[in-house]
Write a protein that binds this ligand. Structure first.
Ligand code: UGA
Ligand code: MN
Length: 251
């Protein structure tokens, strides 16, 4: 089965660095199709050129987050859900361009996380929804599904444990046939904080149906890393003097 890796992404100083790192991880994964969805009204040349040069099989899409739902400068990052309409557009693309005979699994891979190559082989043969631990998330060393006799019975998580599926986006993958069989399943922009993952999963599975991977959810193979926002104090000062760095050099 092909692994459709769906990555929402948006313009910011670290974007090219993030996408370079992720694309070079994905190059090591067999049978992978990267669906990159820009949070932008147009496909930017930065992302277009990066994809062309990447050596990956890919689909490039874009859709802008509606203004009322977009984080504003200075907003705390948790105020609004991120990447929602981008992931939904990827789901729409899959539904329009893939059919019942296509084998595949869909993984929502944010551009800033850190992925072990072993993770992709864990998810490849997903029947419905497979799950595993995520490191460095939710204010704990790792979150994970709890497994008894091969079945998920609950979750180890400290933050809002009563969410229907208290899991990070990076902690599950969904089979393509299951997504095609449930055409209304999608992420909800209106989901309460922390409930974005649940808004999709509730339409697809029950907890008992989850397929535990990574040695019954005892191995961490993905990390919810976050990249520091670079300080541009000197650049800003130089710009004021007309001495800013050459804008024709892409960073
Ligand atoms: C956590 C989860 O790991 C995300 O999967 C989830 O979307 C997010 O919370 C949420 O609650 O919405 P976090 O690290 O806080 O993630 O989010 P980001 O990494 O900042 O954003 C998730 C993805 O959306 C990234 O791939 C990012 O590039 C993209 N994004 C972010 C946009 O497309 N537009 C934005 O305005 C911001
Ligand atoms: Mn992130």
């Amino acid at each position: 089965p092909t692994i459709y890796t769906v990555t929402p992404t948006y313009t910011r100083l670290v974007q090219k660095a993030e996408l370079t790192r992720l694309s070079q991880t994905l190059l090591h994964v067999p049978s992978l199709h990267w669906v990159v969805v820009e949070d932008s009204p147009v496909k930017t040349s930065l992302v277009s050129e990066l994809l062309k040069r990447s050596g990956l099989r890919y689909t490039h899409l874009c859709t802008q987050t509606p203004k009322d739902f977009k984080l504003q400068e200075g907003d705390p990052n948790w105020l609004k859900p991120r990447g929602v309409e981008q992931r939904n557009l990827a789901l729409q693309w899959l539904r329009e361009n893939r059919g019942p005979s296509d084998e595949g699994v869909v993984y929502f891979a944010d551009d800033d996380n850190t992925y072990s190559l072993r993770l992709f082989e864990e998810m490849r043969f997903t029947k419905r929804v497979s799950v595993w631990p995520v490191g460095l998330v939710g204010g704990v060393r790792f979150e994970r599904p709890l497994v008894e006799r091969g079945q998920v019975t609950g979750f180890y998580t400290a933050w809002k444990p009563n969410r229907p599926f208290p899991m990070d986006m990076a902690g599950f993958a969904v089979s393509l046939p299951l997504l095609l069989a449930n055409p209304a399943a999608r992420f909800h922009l209106s989901a309460q904080r922390g409930n974005l993952e649940s808004s999709l999963l509730q339409a697809l599975v029950s907890i008992e149906e989850l397929e535990p991977r990574a040695s019954n959810c005892t191995k961490v193979l993905v990390w919810h890393t976050r990249t520091e926002k670079p300080k541009m104090k000197q650049e800003d000062a130089l710009l004021l003097k007309g001495l800013g760095s050459d804008p024709s050099v892409e960073v």
